[in-house]
Write a protein that binds this ligand. Structure first.
Ligand code: FAD
Length: 406
């Protein structure tokens, strides 16, 4: 590549891994990270977990300044990029300046959805370190925390708030949490986990509006008002795709990329939460919001930017820590698929496999991470495994890996 170098737009997980990969692979051109947050790149998973409860920031940092200096990486924090000039390849910044680039990686992540009109010091979302710092101030022993949304982030905040001694009410529009992803039976397990921890989980409750008074928040719902000291809205994210729109990239629920992380414009790539990618294994487009995806897709993008063709076909893995339990999922589960349970649902010691036409497409576990390591291989190879074998705790899953008969 010529003198323009590589510009990485976004200063989060994907940006950090891509940058490390570029240097690890020996790229010796200029690398500039343009991130709009004031902090150096940090990871988000602890924000709803140990960082919310303990305020220990030591494990957050992804690219310390010393590493950037030692690896000749320019870190432009507190700076938003607005547009990629398709003719010159240069990246324009909000401050009016621009940076020359031979190739650009867009890794701008997403921002939380908000309940329309909800604004105020007692009303929170959680995406950034600053969000976590602000939210922590509102969660005290005995304080009333109202969480909108019982997805993974909502459940993790709920868990941390209980740990901090708060009274927690969770409002969820669906009949069970995570129904669209995991289906009713597993959603029921997730609901029980919260309720057993003393959370007032209200299902089938639609939130109309949230407002605050001098001392309270009032959440208006389909079943009446819910009053608290703080409200946390955890109803998903919107991809930060505006730079793609401004630059003429194909967008639609994220920036569209192919299996090589290439956007519709040459030498412009995207990875992480913002990337709506074609996935060869599942033969569909998808945008996922997982730490591991952001890391591995970014590494693949970096390889491709350096002319090392790398198909990104990772089966997608994520975890959640809540209420003292470790939940993990691999693959692309859907309630339409056949679900086979291995272990004890009520005892919260199980792995549920999702089969499509007899082939393992996904697995979700509570407490059995070792199963997920094997399931990852089964999903990657779309392995056919008899349902009764998967359900049998005596059956060695390694046999399935070898394609052996049950
Ligand atoms: C509270 C929380 C807990 C989570 N827990 C888990 C977990 O347990 N397990 C799991 O698998 N995943 C978890 N995740 C998801 C995981 O953190 C994300 O998938 C991951 O951070 C995505 O990385 P990214 O680089 O795509 O985006 P981000 O990490 O969001 O980074 C994008 C960065 O780009 C910046 N940016 C946006 N627009 C611009 C612009 N125009 N110019 C410059 N910079 C810009 C953003 O401000 C941000 O700093 C969690 C997320 C959150 C918020």
């Amino acid at each position: 590549m010529s003198a323009g170098g590589i510009v990485v737009v976004g200063g989060g997980q994907a940006a950090s891994v891509a940058t490390r990969t570029l240097r690890r692979r020996g790229y010796d051109g200029t690398v500039t990270i343009v991130g709009d947050e004031p902090e150096l790149p940090y990871q988000r998973p602890p924000l709803s977990k140990e960082y919310l409860t303990d305020e220990d920031a030591s494990g957050l940092w992804l690219l310390p300044q010393e590493w950037a200096d030692a690896n000749d990486v320019v870190l432009r924090t507190g700076t938003a990029a607005t547009r990629i000039d398709r003719s010159t390849g240069g990246v324009q910044l909000a401050d009016g300046s621009s940076i020359a680039a031979d190739a650009v990686l867009v890794a701008t992540g997403g921002r939380p959805r908000q309940v329309s009109g909800a604004r105020g010091a007692r009303i929170h979302t959680l995406r950034t370190k600053a969000d976590a710092d602000r939210l922590r101030l509102g969660i005290r022993p005995g304080s009333r925390v109202v969480i909108v949304g019982a997805g993974f982030i909502g459940a993790e905040v709920s868990s941390s708030a209980r740990q901090l001694g708060a009274e927690v009410t969770v409002l969820e529009a669906s009949p069970v949490p995570l129904q669209r992803v995991l289906g009713e039976r597993l959603g029921t397990v997730c609901a029980a986990i919260q309720r057993d921890a003393g959370v007032d989980l209200r299902l089938g409750v639609a939130v109309d509006s949230i407002r605050e008074t001098a001392h309270e928040v009032i959440v208006e719902t389909s079943t009446g008002p819910v009053v608290g000291d703080v409200a946390v809205v955890a109803v998903g994210i919107i991809p930060n795709q505006e730079i793609g729109e401004a630059s003429g990239l194909v967008v639609g629920n994220g920036i569209h990329v192919d299996e090589y992380c290439r956007t519709s414009v040459p030498n412009v790539y995207a990875a992480g939460d913002v990337a709506n990618h074609y996935h060869p294994l599942f033969d569909m487009r998808m945008r996922v919001e997982h730490f591991d995806n952001a890391s591995k897709q970014a590494a693949a993008a970096a390889n491709n930017m350096l002319g090392r063709p790398t198909v990104f076909a990772d089966p997608h893995w994520f975890w959640s820590d809540q209420f003292g339990l470790n939940l993990q999922c691999v693959g692309h589960p859907s309630p339409d698929q056949e679900m086979v349970v291995r272990g004890d649902l009520d005892g919260r010691d199980f792995t549920a496999f999702f089969l499509d036409d007899g082939r393992v497409r996904a697995a979700f576990t509570v407490g059995r991470p070792e199963d997920i390591a094997i399931a990852r291989e089964l999903v990657s190879s779309a392995m056919s495994v008899p349902a009764d074998a998967l359900a049998d705790d005596e059956y060695d899953l390694f046999d399935a890996l070898e394609g052996a008969d049950a």
